[in-house]
Structures are given as structure tokens and as C-alpha cells.
Design a protein around this ligand. Structure first.
Ligand code: ZN
Length: 677
């Protein structure tokens, strides 16, 4: 595994006068505005619903259409595999898809397309696992318009429903390659990195960890993806769709567990195709495939918890690891870097009007690696200005092999030099930064992104809530997620992971434009998926400057940050900090949704009830609906607003239930068209 190392960065040179290209212009000519208004009138005259999805009929049920997914949970109820259940529930929570999980034995009798437009069977279905009554329920559900997703259908009695006649699996499948189908489930699978995904490193590994199968198929199906062996040769269909009556079935040759939970814990067989500053969506593709099927199953009139607080498509989370001498200290040399580089970043960010995260290494000890550089006046300078101040350990060591310690370590008794521990690095750095900021320190990043296997539960134990110690490509996802404890996928922690996608590794004046291009490409790709981007820029001049006297400052890094923030804003991204975003994501997980819509001849009305089941107030929860809507009513004591297809809640208090109704309105098309212009 390649490591993201601030100590190993090389070839960094400094240049004081990098030129910025001209800013984008977003002015829209009046003639274009008139054309847009004409388009709105045209759409209005058509009286269509589900505007986002070409080819979707107006679909106008006369009674309520439920929008909740039913999960038939054989993982826990039959196989006693909590990991498989966490895998699917993580996927659905990350995508913001509302779902219910009844008991496996009684769930089949609840199958009704008008209540549950989509049913997902959680885990593999073994021979004899379903009985004739359950099979009959499923057949009737699909025939009447329901949609079913099921992984690894081995039960011969159930296979005909899915249009398959056999299944064979091994651990020799290293890739999944989607076909060029125009099926709605492929809506988000458009980039080359998404069209083929990787399950394991085909050179390092002779087999992957999880069974992946291919199906023999009947004639009335569509193959949506094939499995490839380690030589990238197709060995048969692994995602198969069948249409039956007015419903559809999708069967997968692989488990949710392997692609979602295993990779979130970085226990995958090195499936990532790159490590940093690149777009690696191998596991996101499965999330997006399910999301697209949900959107289609609802006729395009869906309700999702949006991945970002507010109307933005995506977010750029700007973070800094403060882990170098020049980050903390001014340079007395008039030709040097000047003010402590961290302070230069905060001054830039104040001028840009953004709040970012500073993760402080509280290195008060000189060791063989570097002198002590912890300097509280610099910390005060930054934190007093309202920036998000957090921890990046005490001594900036590789964490992987550290003993855990007792978690009773304090600054007074911790011997970081001779007896470093995981607990000590987490707890004492927290203590020191808290002493300066007088605020709880809840966010952490491991030095070198060196992930100790017991990090999740140890973070929780000493009072953290948020972590950013994985690279996003390494865990194959660009969405935040809940970390599991280290032991066999059985226990959730309360820690939200925000994996790092973009970093200044090797960034220098000579390659700043090249790296900016990589960042922009990843931002564009993630925005299409409503995934996010965590950016790491070290407020330092770069290691090469220590031996290169021509290297004076960190101007190219300041330039890169300003450039990428401008770009992100131009692309409708929220620019935010780590702790706020983690807080949003954690409380978002606790919001339960009951949603339905009623279709009339020319009018879709959504009715949604939200309940905050967490003990915290959630700010900025946003729902993404399938249609551009206007609010008709709500009962929240706080502000609720509609923008395009989004509904934004200023606050939802703990245990508060809020409901609203909203209907398609053609005024709401305008912000969407303007945004996409
Ligand atoms: Zn570091």
C-alpha cells in the first residue's frame, strides 16, 4: 500500500509569483434567459412529472405511493451475519434511501408495490432458503410493478423469477465490467472508472476474499455487467435484469458485504487502482446502482436524504495537517517564508470567506525526526478566528504498530518519546489543543494516514467523533461513512470517517497545474454522484525547501488552495470544514423518513414525515426529491425552504417530528436550469 506521507513528499520547489488565470464568468445573456423561460412554459404545458428522467411516464397513481425500501433481512435472521446487514444498511444510509427492515419470516407478506416500490434481499439466497409461499409473494409483487434486488441467488426455485438458471462462484473474479446498457440503473455509471470496477489487485493477489459468481441466464433478461478474471477476460454475467409484468428484478453475483463493508474497513484485497489525487469509485458504483434503481422504481418521484447540507451538489472539505516547523513559526530571515505558514493560510481563507480545519500535531518533544515545534500562539491566532481546530497526534508517528495503551494517559504522565501509545497520541494531543481552544476536540487524522486497526474504537473511547485517516481511493468510496470497530464487522462506532481524496503530496511549482487538473477532475466526477471531496493541504513550504535555498515560501500551495476553492464554488460545491460536515453526517444518519406521493393528472404532491431519532439537533438536513417542488405546508418551528428539487431544514431538534407537503411547480425548474447552465 502506498502511503500518503508528508515526510516523504519530494521535489517541491517554491515560486513566489505564480499567475492565476482569469476567473470564470457566469453571466447569462438575456436571450438565453428568455429561452429558458420559454422552455419552462413548454415543460409546464407538457404537464410532466419526474422531469429528471427522460422516458419516465407521468405515472399517476390515484392513491398514495409509498417511497420506502423494504429490506428482507436474511443476513441476520437466517445467516446470523451482522456484517452483511451493516453493509446494506450503510449503503442505504450513505445514499439517503429510506428503508425498513421487518423480520425475514413476516416481511414477505408485506410486499405491496404501492407501499414499497423496491425490495432488497440483504444476503445470498441459499438452496431451499425461500419457501413456495414466499416465492409466490415475490412473484406477485414483481408482476404488479414491484422491483427486487437480490444478491447471489442460488435457490433453484427462486432463480426463474430472476431469469437465471444457475449460479457458480469462486474467488477468481477481479473486475466487474458494466455493459453499455441504457437501463435506468446505469444512470450514474458513465465514466471509464465507473464502467469497470476492481475487486482485488490482480497481481498481488491470486484470489480475492469474497465469492463472486456468474449466472447462466434465460433468454428474457438483460445482462448489465459481466465478471472478469484476473486477466480481464469476461467469464459471464454477474448483474442480470429481468422484466416481469410491470416490475423488474435485478440479481447480483456478489455480496454487498464484500464491496461496501470490507472496503470501508480497508480489508479489501487492495482493490484500489490509485491512492490519492484520483477518482476511484469501485464501491461507489454499487451504491449508485442501487440508488438509480430506487429512483426508477419510484417512477422518478423519490425522496432521498441529500449528502450535503443545503442546495449544493457536493462539498469540498478543506483540511490542513499542521506538522512542520514552518507551519508554527515565523521565519526571522527577511528572505524566508515570513509569517508562520499556517497563519498565511488562515489569512487567505478569511479573505475567501471559508472556514477550514486545522489538525494540530502537538509535538512538544524533540526526537530524531524533527525538533519540537508545538507553539500555542500560532494555535491561538487560528482558533480565535473561528477555524475548526482539531488533532493530528502528539509526535507524528506511524500509528500502525503502536501499543494501544491504557487511555488514562495525560500530558503530565505521558512519555511519548520512550513509551508512545495509540491512546496517548489521541488523548494527550486532544488535551493540549483543548487547553488552547477551550472547545472539545472531536476530529482526528492519523499521521501518514497510518491507520491502526483499533483506531475506531480507541477514538470513540477517548471522546472523538470524526476521523479522516483513510485515503478515499484506498477505501473505494468518496462518501462519508460510519466506522466499524476492528473486530469482524459486528459493532458500529459513533465515528464518522471522511476519507481524503485530494492531497498536496509532491505538490510543487513545477506540477501545481497538473495536480490542480487532477483535483478538478475528481471534483467533477464526485459532484455527478453527490459524493464529496476532502482536500489535505499541509501549511508548509515542502520538504525539498529544507535543502533548496532558492525555495522561500509556500506561495504555490496558497495559490493551489485559492484556485481549487474558486473552482469548487464555480461548480456549485459547498466549501466546509471537517467537524461541521461530520456533525451533519452523524445526525443525518439519525433522521428517519416516511414519505409518499399522490399523483393527480398534472400534479404530484409529496407528503414526508421526518423524525430526528438522535440526541443532537441536526442543522441543514436536506432532502433531494425527484421533482422540482414548491413547499405547500410544513409544521416545523424552524425555517424550511425549497430550492429546485431540494427541501432544506434549518434545524430539527432531538425527538422532533416534522412533516411537510410539497408539489411539483414549474417555478422550481428555474434554479435547476440556471445551476446546470
Ligand atoms: Zn502529518
Amino acid at each position: 500500500m502506498k502511503s500518503n506521507t508528508d515526510s516523504e513528499r519530494a521535489n517541491e520547489y517554491c515560486s513566489p509569483d505564480l499567475k492565476r488565470p482569469a476567473n470564470y464568468s457566469h453571466r447569462i445573456p438575456m436571450s438565453t434567459l428568455m429561452a429558458l423561460l420559454a422552455l419552462i412554459c413548454f415543460l409546464s404545458a407538457l404537464q410532466v412529472g419526474g422531469w429528471q428522467k427522460a422516458g419516465i411516464a407521468a405515472g399517476a397513481p390515484t392513491s398514495d405511493q409509498g417511497l420506502t425500501v423494504l429490506v428482507l433481512n436474511n443476513a441476520v435472521d437466517i445467516h446470523h451475519e451482522t456484517g452483511s446487514f451493516y453493509a446494506l444498511s450503510h449503503l442505504l444510509n450513505e445514499m439517503g434511501i429510506p428503508f425498513e427492515t421487518p423480520n425475514w419470516y413476516t416481511g414477505f407478506s408485506q410486499l405491496d408495490p404501492a407501499v414499497y416500490p423496491l425490495v432488497i434481499i440483504n444476503d445470498y439466497i441459499d438452496q431451499g432458503e425461500t419457501d413456495p409461499e414466499q416465492e409466490n409473494y415475490l412473484n406477485t409483487y414483481v408482476t404488479n410493478g414491484g422491483v427486487v434486488i437480490a444478491p447471489q441467488v442460488m435457490d433453484a426455485e427462486l432463480q426463474p423469477l430472476f431469469g437465471v438458471t444457475g449460479y457458480s462462484a469462486d474467488k477468481q473474479k477481479f473486475f466487474i465490467e458494466f455493459t453499455d446498457s441504457s437501463d435506468a440503473s446505469m444512470r450514474y455509471i458513465n465514466r471509464p472508472e465507473e464502467m469497470t470496477i476492481r475487486l482485488g489487485h490482480p497481481i498481488t493477489y491470486t484470489e480475492i476474499y469474497d465469492w463472486v459468481g456468474v449466472y447462466t441466464v434465460s433468454s428474457d433478461i438483460e445482462v448489465l455487467a459481466n465478471a472478469l478474471n484476473r486477466d480481464s477476460v469476461s467469464v459471464g454475467p454477474t448483474i442480470v435484469k429481468r422484466t416481469l409484468g410491470s416490475g423488474q428484478t435485478y440479481t447480483l453475483g456478489f455480496s454487498f458485504f464484500g464491496l461496501i463493508l470490507r472496503s470501508e474497513s480497508n480489508r479489501d484485497p487492495e482493490a484500489q487502482r490509485c491512492y490519492i489525487d484520483c477518482f476511484e469509485p469501485s464501491a461507489d458504483v454499487i451504491r449508485l446502482f442501487v440508488r438509480a434503481i430506487y429512483e426508477e422504481a419510484t417512477g422518478g418521484h423519490f425522496v432521498l436524504k441529500h449528502t450535503v447540507p443545503g442546495p449544493n451538489d457536493s462539498a469540498l472539505i478543506v483540511t490542513h495537517d499542521v506538522d512542520a516547523w514552518e507551519a508554527y513559526h515565523d521565519d526571522p530571515d527577511p528572505d524566508g517564508w515570513g509569517q508562520a505558514v499556517t497563519c498565511q493560510f488562515t489569512d487567505l481563507e478569511i479573505s475567501l470567506g471559508v472556514t477550514t480545519t486545522y489538525l494540530f500535531t502537538t509535538k512538544y518533544i524533540t526526537d530524531d525526526y524533527s525538533p519540537a515545534f508545538w507553539y500555542t500562539p500560532t494555535v491561538e491566532y487560528i482558533c480565535d478566528k473561528g477555524f475548526d481546530c482539531q488533532s493530528h497526534s502528539v509526535r507524528h508517528m506511524r500509528m500502525v504498530t503502536l501499543p494501544i495503551g491504557t487511555c488514562s494517559e495525560t500530558f503530565a504522565d505521558y512519555d511519548s518519546l520512550n513509551n508512545p501509545t495509540l491512546c496517548g497520541e489521541l488523548k494527550v494531543s486532544k488535551e493540549l489543543v483543548e487547553a488552547v481552544t477551550s472547545k472539545p476536540i472531536v476530529s482526528f487524522r492519523s499521521p501518514f494516514l497510518s491507520f491502526h486497526r483499533q483506531l475506531p474504537e480507541t477514538l470513540e473511547k477517548v471522546g472523538y467523533q470524526c476521523d479522516s485517516s483513510f485515503s478515499a481511493p484506498d477505501v473505494l468510496t468518496n462518501y462519508p461513512y460510519v466506522l466499524m470497530e476492528s473486530t469482524l464487522f459486528t459493532t458500529k462506532t459513533n465515528i464518522i470517517e471522511l476519507p481524503v481524496a485530494l492531497a498536496d503530496d509532491g505538490l510543487g511549482p513545477d506540477n501545481v497545474e497538473e495536480i490542480l487538473d487532477k483535483w478538478k477532475t475528481a471534483i467533477d466526477a464526485n459532484a455527478e454522484n453527490n459524493a464529496i471531496n476532502v482536500l489535505l493541504i499541509h501549511p508548509s513550504k515542502g520538504l525539498i525547501c529544507e535543502s533548496d535555498p532558492s525555495c522561500r515560501n509556500a506561495a504555490f500551495k496558497l495559490y493551489a488552495e485559492q484556485e481549487i476553492i474558486d473552482y469548487a464554488r464555480g461548480k456549485n460545491l459547498l466549501v466546509s470544514d471537517m467537524t461541521s460536515f461530520c456533525s451533519f453526517w452523524r445526525t443525518r444518519d439519525g433522521v428517519r423518513i416516511e414519505a409518499s406521493y399522490t399523483g393527480e393528472t398534472n400534479r404530484i404532491t409529496y407528503t414526508v414525515v421526518l423524525t430526528n431519532t438522535s440526541s443532537e439537533t441536526i442543522s441543514g438536513l436536506t432532502l433531494a426529491l425527484g421533482d422540482p417542488i414548491c413547499l405547500e405546508s410544513h409544521d416545523s418551528p424552524y425555517a424550511v425552504s425549497a430550492v429546485g428539487n431540494k427541501i432544506i431544514f434549518e434545524q430539527i431538534a432531538p425527538d422532533q417530528t416534522t412533516s411537510f407537503t410539497a408539489a411539483i411547480c414549474y417555478e422550481a425548474f428555474l434554479p435547476l436550469i440556471m445551476k446546470n447552465y
